[in-house]
Write a protein that binds this ligand. Sequence first.
Ligand code: CMC
Length: 423
Amino acid sequence: MPDSITVTDNRTGKTLEIPIEDGGIAASEWSKLLPGIWFYDPGFTSTAACMSSISYLDGDAGILRYRGYPIEQLAENSTYLEVAYLLLNGELPTEEEYSNWEHEITHHTFIHENMRKRFLEGFHYDAHPMGMLVSAVAALSTFYADAKDIFNLESRDKQIIRLIAKMPTLAAAAHRFSIGMPFVYPDNGLHFAANFLSMMWKTAEFRFEANPVLSKALDVLFILHADHEQNCSTTAMRVVGSSHADPYSSCAAACAALYGPRHGGANEQVIRMLNSIGSLENVDPFIKQVKEGHGRLQGFGHRVYKNYDPRAKIIKRTADEVFKVTGKNPLLDIALKLEEVALNDDYFISRKLYPNVDFYSGLIYQAMGFPLEMFPVLFAIPRASGWLAHWVEMLDQDSKIARPRQLYNGTDSRDYVSIEKRV
Ligand code: CMC
C-alpha cells in the first residue's frame, strides 16, 4: 500500500496523489489540484504549521519529550537552565558548556535602571504583573538596538541569553512594585530559581536563602513549563517572529497569548474555582453544574492530551514535597475530590478530560506564597526558553511570513451611501 492519499476534484474529475510524509500531507501539493480552495481549520486543530524537532507530544499516550528526553527523566535529574540549553541547542551541555551557559545567564540578570525606575514604576499601583511583564518584555527591544540584527548569530545568542536571564528579574520587579516593596537586585551567587525567590521575597536580611526544597520544586515547575510544542503562545512567537520582528517584540506577543485564561491564566482560574467551591460537600453540585454547561472544570482538558497530562503527574508529586515544608494547602482536599469525581464521571471520561498541568501547579504556587496574579508570570519565565528555541528553529528554516487565508462570507460589493441617506 503506498503511503499516500488520492484526492479527486469531483467538478473536473482530476485526481492527485499526495505522499504522506512525517505524518502529514503538504498543503502546497493540494493547491496544485485545487488552487483557491483553502483548508478551513479555525484554531488550527488539524493543521501542522511547521516542522519541529524540539518537543514531542503524544496526547493519547500522555507522552512529552524535549529533544527526545522524557519529561519525567528531565524533571528528576536536570535543572531548568540545563533544559533551556537543551531546547535551544538540541543536546544536553557538557560540563564546560553548562558552566559557561550558567555564567552567561547569571551575568545578564540585571535590567537597565530606566526600565525599573521610569518604565515599571510608571504603571498604576494595582497593575496586573502579567500586563507589566508583557509590556516590559516588549520595551526591552528599545534598550537593545542590536536585537534587530536577527541573522547575526552572535547578536541572536546575546538576545536569547538576555531574555532568559531577565525574565525572573522583570517578573519579581512587577510583583515588588504591586505590593509597594523596594526592588531587589539579582544575586549572582544564587542559582536561577533561588535567585528569583530572593528577588521576590528578600526584605532586610543580608542574603535571602530560599528553602532548598522550595527552590528545587520551582526549578522542576520551570522544567515542566519550558516547552510544549505548538501551543497558543509559541504559535504567537513563531507568527510574529516570521515577520522578522526582533525577539523581544515576538516574545511580548507570546507573553500576551499566555496571559489568557485558556492558556497560562488557567492555574489562576483553578484556585478561583476551588475557592468558590469552598468545601467538599459542594464538589458534587459543582460538577453537576459543569456538566449542564455552566462553566468549565478549570485545569481539566487539553487540546492535545486525551490522557493524564504527564506534567500533572509530576506536579502532584512535587506538591507533596512542597506541602511538607509549607503545610498543606487547604484547597488540596477539594482538588483531590474534584479529580476523583471527574475521573469517574462519564461526562469527563467520554470527552477524555483529565487534569492538565494547571490543575495542581496553582496549589503549589499558592502554598509557596505567590499571589494569584503571579501565576501566569511564573509560567512565562521558563516558557521564554521554549519560545526562543522555536524562534531560532523558525528562522533557521527560512520559513515564510505567516499569512493564512480566510473564507470570506461577508456581503458582496456595494456602493457607498452618504450618512444622511442611511436608514
Ligand atoms: N470542563 C468541562 N468540559 C470541558 C472542559 C472542561 N475543562 N474542557 C473541555 N470540555 C468539554 C467541552 O464542553 C466540549 O464538550 P461538547 O463536546 O459536549 O461540546 C468538549 O469537552 C471538547 O471541548 P473543546 O473546548 O472543544 O476542547 P478544546 O480542545 O478546544 O479545548 C481547553 C481545550 C484546554 C481550552 C479546554 O479543555 C478548557 O477550556 N479547559 C479548561 C481551561 C484549562 O485548564 N486550560 C489549561 C490548558 S493546559 C495549559 C496550557 O497548555 O496552556
